[in-house]
Design a protein around this ligand. Structure first.
Ligand code: PLP
Length: 424
């Protein structure tokens, strides 16, 4: 994690976060470039046991151009799940030769865009999608390099909303159908079988599900070999968890060792799609305490960030650390930490013990670099939260706060059943 106290101030790299809270206002996301760089370096080193492993950053975790661009400069590829993400990856100079397109519902227009761009691989998640891709590619006179995303039916032992590798989840080709679907793919025009892919879930805090899934994957690659299907790539997905509460999280090199044990002897190019573990720890959401309200049975710390800025606690019961931006000797207090949105779910923490806080003080929610800003909305007509990149002693706004003009100005009024159209 990129945070530490120095001379009483919470620092990210060489910037006191209080400076940013003052200069930009709150709520605001801050990211450490050095932290992203270190996380990517750890992946690169760990997976150097495979020749030419391709690390495709799952851009949905944080799609800011500054973040994707930082990873592009380090040699990362991208895992995208929509045309919008593909456009973001291309704009951030991720080479098309390192882009893989995942997702259960790619539409023909999106497929056509990706085919014309010349991406490296489509991870196909169903038979209807395979047929659609074949049709689109043939009609364009192009060939789609595909991997089938298979569903190994293993329990990732993570939150139900981010488990993707059980038979009941919507993701991937059902295990029993995999060989037949490869056989079908081999016959289809516009399709070139390139590899196999899986992604069993997110925020995995144990390596055991990976062990089970890689073992099954290896069996499948062997079985496909007997069917005459050879694979150039094996994509093991992402999902490695991070220690939100300061506890233990699996080590990237242990993950690499597992992949090596099960998959290296096939000689295929290894691909992986980490998101959260690359950018989650790099970020903090800064917020200001608005009120401290004493309830009948508990005290509420009411802050200016809300579920629309960071939805993970409401959506996944997620834990985020809370740190005051000023370190000073003071007693602890226990609060329910809540935002201003009119929903009881707008709660960041229940019964959390932190240093006693005063109104107008600033706090940081930690580990918010992944699935934070990307999931933000303007619910309750709150302005879209800005983002700041920190690089050594420098920082810069990488997305400004939304404005009330943007928020309201794109609506079209409708009076007496008729739209009042704007000129032009
Ligand atoms: C979301 C996703 C990832 C990244 O997951 P993390 O938990 O952020 O590492 C990788 N691959 C696919 C197909 C995904 O949907």
């Amino acid at each position: 994690m990129a945070l530490r106290y120095e001379n009483g101030a919470l620092m990210m790299e060489d910037v006191a976060l209080g400076t940013i809270a003052q200069a930009i206002g709150t709520p605001v996301y801050v990211y450490s470039k050095a932290s992203i760089t270190a996380a990517f370096g750890a992946y690169k080193a760990a997976f150097s046991c495979f020749p030419a492993a391709m690390i495709c950053y799952a851009v949905k975790a944080n799609t800011n151009q500054a973040v994707i661009g930082t990873l592009a400069d380090l040699g990362a590829g991208a895992d995208v799940v929509s045309e919008g993400e593909l456009r973001r990856a291309l704009k951030a100079h991720i080479p098309t030769s390192k882009i893989v397109y995942s997702g259960v519902a790619k539409r023909p227009a999106e497929m056509a865009f990706a085919l014309k761009a010349g991406i490296f691989q489509f991870n196909v998640e169903s038979e209807p999608e395979l047929l659609a891709l074949s049709k689109v590619a043939s009609s364009l006179g192009l060939t789609a390099n595909i991997a089938l995303r298979v569903n190994p039916d293993v329990d990732a032992k993570t939150h139900a909303k981010i488990a993707t590798g059980k038979a009941e989840n919507k993701f991937g080709i059902p295990w029993k159908r995999v060989r037949d679907v490869y056989a079908e793919a081999a016959r289809l025009p516009g399709i070139r079988i390139q590899g196999i892919a899986m992604h069993i879930g997110s925020q995995l805090l144990s390596l055991e599900p990976y062990d089970a899934a890689y073992a099954k994957l290896a069996e499948m690659v062997t079985a496909l070999g007997h069917d005459g299907i050879t694979l150039d790539t094996i994509d093991i997905g992402g999902g490695l968890g991070i220690p939100y509460d300061g506890g233990a999280a699996p080590d990237v090199s242990a993950l690499a060792a597992l992949a090596y044990k099960h998959l290296s002897h096939f000689g295929a190019r290894l691909m992986l799609e980490p998101g959260r573990s690359l950018v989650g720890p790099c970020g903090a959401l800064l917020s200001e305490v608005i009120y401290v309200k004493s309830g009948e049975s508990r005290d509420f710390l009411i802050v200016d960030a809300a579920m629309n800025d960071l939805i993970r606690p409401a959506m996944y019961d997620a834990y985020h650390g809370i740190k005051p931006l000023k370190a000073e000797a003071r007693a602890d207090a226990t609060y329910d930490v809540v935002g201003p949105v009119c929903e009881t779910g707008d709660t960041f923490a229940v019964g959390r013990t932190v240093p006693e806080l005063q109104p107008a003080e600033h706090i940081a929610f930690t580990h918010t670099g992944a699935y934070g800003a990307v999931m933000a909305s303007t619910y309750n007509s709150r302005l879209l939260v800005p983002e700041v990149m920190i690089d050594g002693a420098n920082f810069g706004v990488i997305r400004p706060r939304g404005s009330y003009d943007e928020l309201i100005g794109t609506d079209t009024p409708w009076h007496n059943g008729e739209a009042t159209r704007k000129a032009g």
